[in-house]
Design a protein around this ligand. Structure first.
Ligand SMILES: [Cu+2]
Length: 225
């Protein structure tokens, strides 16, 4: 199904895609039924000589059916997707051994702060790179998302990750990538005139490769200080 979605390369991509396709099928059926009814009614109730329009007060039975069926479907989707939602976005869903990275969204760039050699964010050996997100594969990554001035949205389609970045709030979003490679991070919230160019390159390394990259970057930081 690559022509609809890019290949999913995160630990929960399969779960997200199942829900996506379930909803696509349900809304697809609703779309076809509604459009078909529209065409049938257009033909059936077209203007014909000798036939007068009449007023109707509707049908209680039809109204109950078209209210109850969508209500049941929506509740069903909620129940079916609740477990996945909780495991990805729920309170305490961020895996404890996650690798921490800070992402500060600003018009119109992604400032990515790495924890440096000590693996802890918020101290002197941190360093920041603009529009470059490097992460190791097969390890949960916890992104602390903040925004400078307006709402942005952190969207990596291949990971099935989308999370708003809201000024004044720090929101943690996590993912675990299963496949090293090059991907794209885009802003998914219209945030100003430069929104279209607010993107970053995402490089997923193997664990050893990431350690090597981090060491090399940290060295350039140390040299500059
Ligand atoms: Cu933006």
């Amino acid at each position: 199904m690559d022509w609809i979605l890019p290949p999913g390369v995160s630990s929960y991509a399969g779960d997200i895609d199942r829900i996506y396709y379930l909803i696509l099928v349900i809304t697809g059926i609703a779309f076809v039924v509604v459009e078909a009814a529209l065409v049938v009614f257009l033909v059936k109730y077209r203007k014909r000589p000798g036939r007068k329009a009449h007023y109707t007060h509707g049908s209680m039975k039809a109204e109950v059916i078209w209210t109850a069926v969508p209500a049941v479907v929506v509740v069903m989707i909620g129940i079916l997707s609740g477990g996945v939602w909780n495991s990805i976005k729920g309170r305490d869903s961020v895996p404890k051994d996650s690798y921490p990275i800070g992402v500060h969204a600003a018009q119109f760039e992604w400032n990515v702060t790495y924890p440096g050699p000590d693996g802890v964010l918020g101290n002197a050996d941190d360093f920041t790179r603009r529009n470059q997100l490097h992460v190791p594969a097969n390890r949960p990554i916890a992104i602390s998302l903040t925004a400078e001035e307006v709402i942005h949205s952190f969207f990596i389609p291949a990971f099935r990750v989308k999370q708003d970045a809201v000024p004044g709030r720090e929101i943690v979003v996590w993912f675990e990538v299963t496949q090293p490679g090059d991907y794209e991070l885009a802003c998914a919230e219209l945030c100003g005139l430069g929104h279209y160019r607010m993107k970053a390159a995402v490089t997923v390394h193997t664990a050893e490769d990431f350690a090597r990259w981090l060491a090399a970057e940290a060295e350039t930081v140390a040299v500059r200080q």
